[in-house]
Ligand binder design. Structure first.
Ligand code: SAH
Ligand code: MG
Length: 218
């Protein structure tokens, strides 16, 4: 034990440790539980953030003082509920979802969480919808969690439409473990990483699938 440190890449987390800290720090209230369970109950992919990741995104939103946010990839609204809570009263989240069924379920979950007044769910591809949001900017926070091939384009949009000091967060930054693979999405995800430092101060936090956290440079 003594000769191992986290600097060597050793992961100390065990399933039981993760279960304990998640239960203590990221417990679900009924609204979060509903949004978290929706995918398995409604035949959607079970690919939302994990509870501790959701809470991390909520606290980053709150810490940054963000009031206006954009999310790409809504699914059932689990991460949207976290972001909207982090924005607080008077905040506004525009969340983009290409699948109308996902969007409909997300709207119901957001309504059940009492957050309809600060979340707009847009149906369509992010590439189509993002240009219509420009006039509402600049934004304080952008969260990427949709098609991975789109990350380079979405992060350029984020750099152009975040205020100086605004926050970019991107999930699945290890691309499900295939970041070094030879397919178009993996190449896009590598390009996303490589292009980021020019316009952001950035880090890839070692969540199970990597979470990029970045601040727009002045
Ligand atoms: N952020 C959610 C999980 C999102 S899963 C959470 O943590 O709770 C990814 C979602 O992105 C899916 O619902 C998928 O339909 C959507 N998506 C995929 N490609 C998209 C695109 N081009 N534009 C908008 N949404 C897209
Ligand atoms: Mg994800």
């Amino acid at each position: 034990m003594a000769d191992k440190t986290s600097r060597t890449g050793v992961a100390y987390a065990t399933p039981a440790i993760l279960e304990l800290v998640e239960r203590v720090h990221a417990a679900h209230d009924p609204a979060l539980e509903r949004a978290y369970r929706s995918p398995e109950l409604r035949d959607m992919p079970t690919i939302s953030l994990a509870p501790s990741e959701g809470k991390l995104v909520q606290l980053l939103t709150q810490l940054s003082g963000a009031k206006r946010a954009v999310e790409i990839g809504t699914l059932a609204g689990y991460s949207a509920v976290h972001i909207a809570r982090g924005l607080g009263e008077g905040g506004m989240l525009d969340t983009l979802e290409i699948d109308p069924r996902h969007a409909e379920i997300a709207r119901a979950n957001i309504e059940a969480a009492g957050l309809s007044d600060r979340v707009r769910v847009h149906i369509g591809s992010a590439a189509e919808i993002l240009p219509s949001l420009v006039a509402r900017g600049p934004f304080d926070l952008v969260f990427l969690d949709a098609d991975k091939a789109g990350y380079p384009e979405y992060s350029i949009w984020a750099a152009d439409n975040l205020r100086s000091g605004g926050v970019l967060i991107a999930d699945n930054a290890y691309y499900f473990g295939a970041l070094l693979a030879d397919d178009p999405s993996a190449r896009a995800m590598r390009r996303f990483h490589e292009e980021l430092p020019a316009r952001f101060a950035s880090v890839c936090a070692p969540t199970p699938d990597g979470l990029v956290i970045a601040i727009r440079k002045p």
